[in-house]
Ligand binder design. Sequence first.
Ligand SMILES: [Cu+2]
Length: 599
Amino acid sequence: MASRLLLLLAALFAAVGCSQAEKVVVDWDIGYVWGARDGYNYRRAIGVNGALPIPPVYVTQGDTLILNVHNSLDVATSVHGHGIFYNGTSYLDGAGMVTQCGIPPGESYTYVIEAHQVGTFWIHGHNHHQNSDGLRTPFIIRERYQSPKYDEEVLFGLEDWYKEESSIKMEQITAPTNATTPPPPTFPYGLINGYNGNDTKPVNFVPGRRYRFRVVSMATTEWFKFSIPGHKLEVIEADGIDCAPYVVDGLDIAPGQRFSAVVTALDQTEFNYIYNVTLYADFVPRLRGMNPRYYQGLIQYREGAPVKRLAVSSDAQLKWANDLDMVALDGMGTLPVDREFRLASQTMRTTDSRNLRMLHKYPYATPQVPTLFTAFTMGKLAMDPRVYGPQTAALVVPHLDAVQVRVGNPTDLVHSFHLHGNTFQVVEHGPVDPKTIVFSPGSNQTLANVPFIPVRRAGPVPMRRDTLVVPPFSYVDFRFRGDNPGAWMFHCHMDTHFAAGLAVTFVVAPDALQATQRLPKELQQMCLRQGIKASGNVVGNQGYNFAGLPPAPVAVQTNGTQPALPPASGPHPAHGPAPSNTVASAQRAAPTSRPQSPN
Ligand SMILES: [Cu+2]
């Protein structure tokens, strides 16, 4: 009897042990699949294990995700955990030609993600814009002990879905082109959890229970709005950072962003309610208001119950989640500023008739050696941004420096910028110098139409995120500390903007990187097998020998204005007065001579 009791106890302990950290193995055979995901357009897409959508990946904090990727495509691929820090394993970030060469066709590679973080993330392809073709799925890291704030989870994985393959569109974006014939606008459909947004099952509500809605935007270009009229949304997380409970009516979600909001079911079963998911791109000036797509589904309190009729509120009457009003739950105060970088979203019409975008000196273009490999292999020279080449727009952050980045956007287009490997504090939003403003041709706007944008600052405990919106005609300041050595992309998550060059690379503490991490030989060999150099500067040479570097694009001189170089970064007084925007005005973008593509 006693021994049986012991066995029982042992089994119990084993069971408890099993509920502790686990290895979660996920096998992805990435390949082409055919289907009409939106219900209309039959086309080739990219799925895993012969199917789309890709099942969401769930792990628990402390687990290790072993993601075995096999590449059955005919081009290279790589996979990025959006929002994951990869602290100590920067070479697993998955950004193509930044932290690795792509996995060649027919080969396999294993990504190991230690789930130190908690929250709502997503995993997506980061090579050839394969995410836009379906290679994307939510990645949820649950708390080991579920928060008492909610009873159940509801996942909303949102995608925009185009009728053509992304490679076709991306080629159009960067191809030398006649100035008067921009690529035709295409309006995607919205997908919810992988299927046409109107084909969702009801979300069942039990009175009094609390539901955590995890809303993940995996969009390529478009924005989504989410609301449940008749119910408040209590935001508790954004981009993997818990926040103080923040009650709003709706979520406005940019490409790459995530929110968790707790919704308490009403104490009734008389009526059912509706949730709204709206896909829109009316921030494109010449298309304003033209292409929202409305999706609705049922919040079901009782099968067959009538839907409650509510007065319709305009979006302007509703309260939408705003980063500057959010407070990080861990109480981390505003960082000081050791160093400041100023970036500005600009367009460049090149002498070879391309319409490119840039944030720094030049439109981003991938280097001939992954930037991280340059950081690992250039010794002391790795601290010099020049070794990464002009078009990677490398910004070197000394170890543990607190950095402020001002991203100016003097255009009439909105952007959604994502920083790999880090979260940043969103600290300030304000107007750009009116003298720097550039309108998209055909927008029919003048300075008189530019909205008044007041300077707004976050409170003493700013929200941290990994993806932030920079609205038209405005700047946003964000801060982060260089405590995660690696090469981290900062890019617009609207894929056509990214493809046109709207990106830079923060190379954080290459000295600490060399001292604390080892670049896996396996990754270097993966490059060599494809004829790509795996060490040295931007072109794989030693020192400052840049023989073989392709020429950087040259801007067409327009009104004598050529994008100016940003200033050298330098020490900045902590908590000093808000820096003036004179730098942004010096960086006036060369006006383009054709309408911008909405996509
Ligand atoms: Cu953008």
